[in-house]
Design a protein around this ligand. Structure first.
Ligand code: HEC
Ligand code: HEC
Length: 287
């Protein structure tokens, strides 16, 4: 009788707690712990062909400005993959069709972003392309990028060689708050935008993809030129997203998956109100 009165609210409270832990426990984000610091790791475990044709670091004029130069031998295999997987929508020469936009002039970095995040190839062109496991391995992705880049050499967004060793997390944090948090939220969890679009979670993007997104402005995201964010600033943001947002230091308790102040407040409220309810029941019992 006495116990029975506690049983229902206690069970309710426990199930809310267990549900919250299961629903919000961090998972995939932690898997992305690679910090590319060298040319080899910027390629994502990609092994280079013979030295005469390997990608080289283009002349860099300061921190964060090095890019991958794709070898010419990548163009032919890239064209074969493009013919089979992309040309039906983007056209054999990547100049676009009624089904999909022109890719010429976008640059290897833009192609790398869309293919390495799994957005392309697209199955259903009526909805916003989403991140999914990439169809192609690192070498194939670079080959496709080399083919598209070969149509307009030297233009568009290059594939950056990301080196975060000298990045400034503090500057990255304030630049993130100013330029990115409005859409991606302060915790990087992502949010819905107007018109059915959404800004995705940043918990899976690699530093290379982050810089490619900054420079190419995918979909409804604005494009930030080097005049808006310098190479150093873009690197600082990538370091902040990679080092702080993707590996949060959850002081004082559970991270709740970094869902943001509203979600966290909601969970706090549920647990707080639940505890209060138990106390009320207990007081009621005694009198
Ligand atoms: C089923 C048709 C389809 C296929 C197949 C497809 N795409 Fe796309 N692609 C689209 C559409 C539609 C968009 C515009 C999507 C958007 O903006 O969300 C797009 C956008 C892109 C963009 C970004 C263009 C821009 O202006 O920013 C790139 C890069 C791209 N595709 C590359 C590829 C590559 C490389 C392949 C092959 C591996 C491929 N796509 C296969 C339909 C397709
Ligand atoms: C106006 C809103 C907006 C702002 C501001 C914005 N983004 Fe985005 N971002 C988007 C949208 C929308 C997409 C998804 C594009 C698509 O898939 O069509 C996106 C996609 C991305 C992705 C790809 C994530 C993935 O895993 O596929 C990254 C990385 C990213 N943004 C980083 C940034 C950074 C860094 C900043 C600040 C410098 C920023 N964004 C500012 C709206 C925004």
């Amino acid at each position: 009788m006495f116990r029975g009165r506690y049983a229902i609210p206690a069970a309710l409270l426990a199930s809310v707690g267990i549900f919250g832990l299961m629903a919000f426990s961090p998972s995939a984000a932690q898997a992305d712990s690679t910090t590319p610091t060298t040319l080899a790791s910027a390629g994502g475990g990609y092994t280079y062909p013979t030295p005469t044709t390997s990608p080289t670091v283009s002349a860099s004029s300061g921190y964060g400005t090095a890019n991958i130069n794709l070898p010419e031998t990548f163009i032919a295999p890239g064209q074969a993959i493009f013919d089979a997987s992309c040309a039906s929508c983007h056209g054999a020469d990547a100049s676009g069709t009624s089904r999909a936009p022109n890719l010429q002039g976008l640059g290897a970095g833009t192609v790398d972003f869309w293919v390495s995040t799994g957005r392309m190839p697209l199955a259903d062109s009526s909805v916003q392309a989403t991140e999914k496991p990439p169809r192609f391995n690192r070498t194939e992705t670079l080959q496709i990028a080399a083919f598209v880049q070969s149509k307009t050499p030297g233009t568009g967004v290059p594939i950056p060689i990301v080196n975060l060793s000298a990045a400034n997390l503090e500057s990255g944090g304030s630049l993130y708050t100013l330029n990115c948090a409005a859409c991606h939220t302060i915790t990087g969890a992502g949010d819905a935008l107007a018109g059915g679009a959404y800004a995705p979670s940043l918990h899976l993007a690699t530093p290379t993809q982050i810089i490619e997104a900054i420079r190419s402005g995918p979909g409804n995201m604005p494009r930030f030129s080097e005049g808006n964010l310098t190479p150093t600033e873009a690197h600082d943001i990538a370091a902040y997203v990679h080092g702080v947002i993707q590996q949060p230091d959850d002081r004082g308790g559970f991270g709740l998956g970094g869902v943001g102040p509203v979600g966290e407040g909601f969970v706090g409220l549920l647990i707080g109100v639940g505890l209060l309810m138990l106390v009320c029941f207990w007081i009621g019992e005694r009198s």
